[in-house]
Design a binder for this molecule. Structure first.
Ligand code: GLN
Length: 286
């Protein structure tokens, strides 16, 4: 316990936080966030006395962490490729495998010119679509972000505001999959990390199931309900030669490839994630 009238240094608070939460990296990130400082800035202030506001913020974050809340939500922001994204319980936490999906979408979209039009369906925090807008040329790029959740779009909108100059290339639209998009816009690349976990799946970890939005995770008895809708609708919205890229479960590669082939896609291919599991399938409209 700390005395209210006693000053305490950040190095003492860091040690105390490590002891309470039992994870050194997480303790450090929480202290950095409490002081709104970068890792270097925080190192430079270890000997300094902590201010009241920062300690209040620290205590609130530690209390949340101790309830089991994921570190990303406790911090309120998380890195995704070049972006630092606001994240909270309204959106899925951006994951490393989705960074690979964004990279593939960027590579595909970069082959189109002088203009390229991309849709990120079910954008959540905006991670995929905002990275695409951020990493493609400002000139000629348009990226549509959609979501059926108004809550999610509020987070995507906040992250768009932090994007800088590329924000002029981004459009946000509310609605379910293709329903969100204007009828007269055609796309060179359609990308999505849709819900793909089977209802009642035992593979969903409790920290995911208990904290992340169910609507971003579950998709029917085999987890394929939303992927089926997206694959069925994509050919009519892709320009000839345009690409569809989907994230999916490690055991859904065969099913997703079959769905794309039945829908007429060519060059259908599944990529593995960092854990060497099937994770992303892409196909091209002939
Ligand atoms: N990869 C997530 C998980 O299993 C699921 C993400 C999703 O359904 N889009 O934790």
């Amino acid at each position: 316990m700390r005395d209210a009238d006693q000053t305490i240094s950040w190095s003492e608070l860091l040690r105390e936080t490590e002891a309470i939460i039992g994870d050194r990296a997480h303790a450090r990130w929480i202290c950095e966030t409490a002081t709104s400082s970068t890792p270097d800035e925080f190192r430079a202030m270890l000997d300094q006395p902590a201010g009241e506001r920062a300690v209040g913020h620290l205590d609130a974050m530690v209390a949340r962490y101790r309830t089991g809340e994921p570190i990303q939500y406790v911090l309120g922001s998380w890195g995704f490729r070049r972006l630092d994204l606001a994240v909270d319980r309204r959106v899925l936490i951006p994951r490393p495998e989705t960074e690979q999906l964004a990279e593939m979408a960027i590579e595909k979209a970069a082959t189109f010119g002088p203009t390229r039009t991309v849709a990120d369906l079910g954008t959540g925090s905006g991670a995929i679509g905002l990275s695409i807008a951020d990493e493609l040329p400002i000139e000629g790029t348009t990226v549509w972000l959609t979501d059926a959740s108004d809550d999610a779009l509020a987070v995507a909108q906040a992250n768009l505001a932090g994007l800088g100059r590329a924000a002029i290339n981004v459009r946000i639209a509310h609605g379910s999959w293709f329903d969100a998009l204007p009828d007269d816009v055609m796309f060179d690349v359609i990308v999505s990390n849709p819900p793909y976990v089977a209802d009642g799946s035992v593979e969903l970890e409790p920290i995911v199931a208990d904290w992340e939005p169910t609507s971003a995770l579950l998709s029917g008895s085999d987890g394929l309900d939303d992927i089926e809708v997206i694959v069925a609708g994509a050919p009519a919205r892709l320009r000839p030669g345009g690409w569809l890229l989907l994230e999916h479960g490690h055991d859904q590669g065969d099913s997703v490839r079959a769905l794309l082939e039945v829908a007429g896609f060519v060059d259908v291919e599944t990529k593995r994630d960092l854990a060497d599991l099937d994770r992303i399938t892409a196909g091209r409209r002939p």
